[in-house]
Design a protein around this ligand. Structure first.
Ligand SMILES: Nc1ncnc2c1ncn2[C@@H]1O[C@H](COP(=O)(O)OP(=O)(O)O)[C@@H](O)[C@H]1O
Ligand SMILES: [Mg+2]
Length: 424
């Protein structure tokens, strides 16, 4: 029966990939995106809606008789959209507000990890510049200072010398660059090692590993330039050896699920575990309570099963009986960005050659449909995806697509996945 109506909340490349996958599902009749983008408008119904307003979302969910809501970004989760929709008897996939603190409060996450002996860097909660100074005098540099609250990926400062340390203190406590997000900070031991992300789906009791990935946060090649939302990713990463995966499951994922259950908030949703490998052991850098962007654009295409029934199995607490089938291929995504991103950039440029692209090979992010033309409307414009038998092959395929599509001011990194080749 293909009559289910699913609503995806969000407007980026991640949500475009979710919507694309759901649209292919036998059980799904219609996908709705709130608000979606130029890409989702091709196969879903876009609904104009403020996703940080729970009442507005509920109104749309009722109006369109939605059977399942999938929340993409962290802000609505931190706003308690899941609790709110559930009280109104709506089926919604994602963690509740309490459990979402694993992402929305870095200190909440650190404290739970400490309580359950989950491997993490040494840390200290500080609420004033004086307290941070004391820690620095005690531990010495380098140290990492993290704003406690959500800061759109800008709230972490690695202090390697006195200068950056003093600037960080100013930013956190004097200039209040992060508002309430930096009322408290987590001061952390600075670890050095390779980073990767491990993605799990969870139903409150059980979990399944979806896949692993490595992203590329800096704007320019060789990890140089300013931090961005992410310029590309590949999945899986050779860093996720059996040993690293089993340690991550046993020392991190299982205990954090136990912790959330103990606290009366069993964890349902995607769990993004960001780890750093030090001496062959995984340490938690952070948890996110949703999928990553652009990692979703490589993880979702490799999922062989019905995405809709996977989400439903989680909501009914039936994940245990699901036999997840993941393709053994490798996927690479490259972000095509607008010149100037992550700083100021132009919008409104027409995008060409999109109709020449095979289905599932491009996920839109910052695009809009205007008068039958797709134009740019954001800094990260498109994600092209190459899938191959191995990483090298997938890189080649993705770069062919990156060259093919054109718009004025297009720029992209030329080294996505290169790190991955060096691990082999
Ligand atoms: N304790 C740490 N030691 C070394 N590097 C860190 C540490 N914490 C964070 N980082 C670096 O900073 C980046 C951002 O930190 P993260 O906790 O992931 O915050 P966010 O993604 O919210 O900005 C990480 O990907 C990692 O490279
Ligand atoms: Mg991070």
């Amino acid at each position: 029966m293909s009559d289910k109506r699913v609503m995806v909340i969000g407007s980026g490349g991640r949500e475009c990939a979710f919507a694309w996958k759901l649209n292919k599902d036998n059980e799904v009749g219609q996908v709705y995106c709130a608000p979606g983008n130029g890409g989702t408008s091709a196969f879903a119904i876009n609904i104009d809606c403020d996703i940080n307003n729970n009442n507005e979302i509920l109104e749309q969910v009722i109006k369109y008789k939605i059977d399942l809501v999938l929340v993409g970004p962290e802000a609505p989760l931190a706003n308690g959209i899941v609790d709110f929709l559930k009280t109104n008897d709506i089926n919604v996939f994602g963690p509740d507000k309490y459990a979402s603190q694993l992402e929305s409060s870095k200190l909440f996450a650190r404290e739970v990890m400490a309580e359950y002996n989950i491997p993490q860097p040494k840390y200290k909660k500080c609420s004033s510049a004086e307290e941070v100074l004391e820690v620095k005098n005690d531990w010495g540099l380098p140290i990492v200072i993290k704003a406690d609250g959500l800061a759109a990926g800008k709230g972490v400062i690695i202090c390697e010398d006195e200068n950056s340390f003093n600037e960080a203190l100013d930013l956190m406590f004097k200039k209040s660059g992060f508002g309430d997000a930096s009322k408290s900070v987590s001061v952390e031991e600075c670890l050095y090692g390779e980073e990767l992300s491990i993605f799990a789906v969870c139903d409150g009791q059980d979990y399944k590993i979806l896949n692993t990935a490595q992203d590329h946060k800096r704007a320019y090649d060789n990890d140089l330039g300013p931090n961005t939302g992410g310029m590309g990713a590949y999945s899986p990463t050779p860093l996720s050896t059996e040993n690293i995966l089993s340690q991550t499951e046993n020392k991190i994922i299982k205990p954090i699920l136990t912790a959330m259950k103990d606290k009366g908030h069993p964890y349902t949703g995607f769990l993004y575990v960001g780890i750093m490998i030090v001496n062959n052991e995984p340490y938690v850098i952070e948890f996110n309570v949703r999928m990553g962007d652009p990692e979703t654009q490589v993880v979702i295409p490799l999922l062989k099963d019905s995405f809709y029934s996977l989400l439903n199995s989680c909501l009914s607490g039936n994940l245990k009986n699901v036999n997840l089938e993941i393709s053994s291929k490798t996927a690479v995504t490259i972000v095509l960005a607008a010149d100037g991103y992550p700083n100021s950039y132009n919008k409104g440029m027409e995008i060409f050659e999109l109709d020449q692209i095979e289905d599932g090979s491009v996920f839109h992010a910052g695009t809009t449909l205007v008068d039958k033309k797709i134009i740019t409307s954001g800094g990260r414009v498109l994600n092209v995806v190459g899938i191959g038998d191995n990483l090298k092959d997938a890189i080649l395929k993705a770069y062919k697509l990156a060259e093919k599509i054109s718009f004025e001011g297009k720029f992209f990194r030329k080294d996505i996945g290169k790190k991955g080749l060096s691990y082999k």
